[in-house]
Write a protein that binds this ligand. Structure first.
Ligand SMILES: [Fe+2]
Ligand SMILES: [Fe+2]
Length: 198
């Protein structure tokens, strides 16, 4: 990848962006992020999406995951992101409020990249190709381990929508089993992509 192509979408060089992301998280999460980026690049090539956008979105998708709660709540309140998301915790904040920090601190303004980060944990009822790629890459990247992961990775070689379906269904099942809060957008994703509601 040419550096100048990458710089179309960020205020930093590829290496600068990489270290900014690395500095913002634990080593373990950074490995997950690099795995997500690599998987996103493969999926973008396979399904004909913009490879640089997928790569950058993969790299920055968890940028805000380790910020202190007080800071994230401040971002939500000051940017009027909807205080109804506050009880859901950082699992939901780091996408929705994360894009504010990604835009401000990493100089990324591309709406497709920001949108993919915004919905990466919950999906949405109207996902773009890049949205689906980041949603799926986050789920199947090489550091992820769950029972059917090899099967799901094989499925991702042929049918991205089938993986969106699988991921949404299994995420919901897990949240229910663990008696954890379900953000309404997750249900919208389920209705659209698992049930097939239009
Ligand atoms: Fe995330
Ligand atoms: Fe992630």
């Amino acid at each position: 990848m040419e550096m100048n192509e990458y710089e179309k979408y960020t205020a930093f060089s590829r290496d600068e962006l990489l270290s900014k992301v690395e500095e913002s998280m634990s080593e373990k999460r950074f490995s997950h992020v690099l795995g997500t980026q690599e998987t996103a690049i493969q999926l973008a090539k396979r399904f004909g999406a913009d490879v640089e956008k997928a790569s950058i979105a993969g790299l920055v998708h968890d940028y805000a995951k380790e910020r202190p709660n007080e800071e994230m709540i401040r971002v939500i309140v000051e940017n009027h992101l909807g205080e109804d998301i506050i009880p859901f915790g950082n699992q939901i904040w780091h996408g929705i409020a994360g894009i504010v920090l990604i835009e401000k601190e990493l100089g990324i303004r591309d709406s497709e990249i920001l949108q993919a980060v915004y919905v990466h944990t919950t999906g949405s009822s109207n996902m773009s190709l890049i949205d689906k790629i980041i949603y799926v890459a986050d789920y199947i990247e090489p550091h992820r381990h769950f029972e059917d992961v090899s099967e799901v990775r094989r499925l991702a070689e042929v049918d991205l929508d089938e993986v969106v379906k699988y991921e949404t269904e299994h995420t919901l099942l897990r949240l229910i089993k663990e008696k954890r809060a379900i953000y309404p957008k997750t249900i919208e994703t389920f209705n659209r992509y698992v049930v097939g509601m239009q």
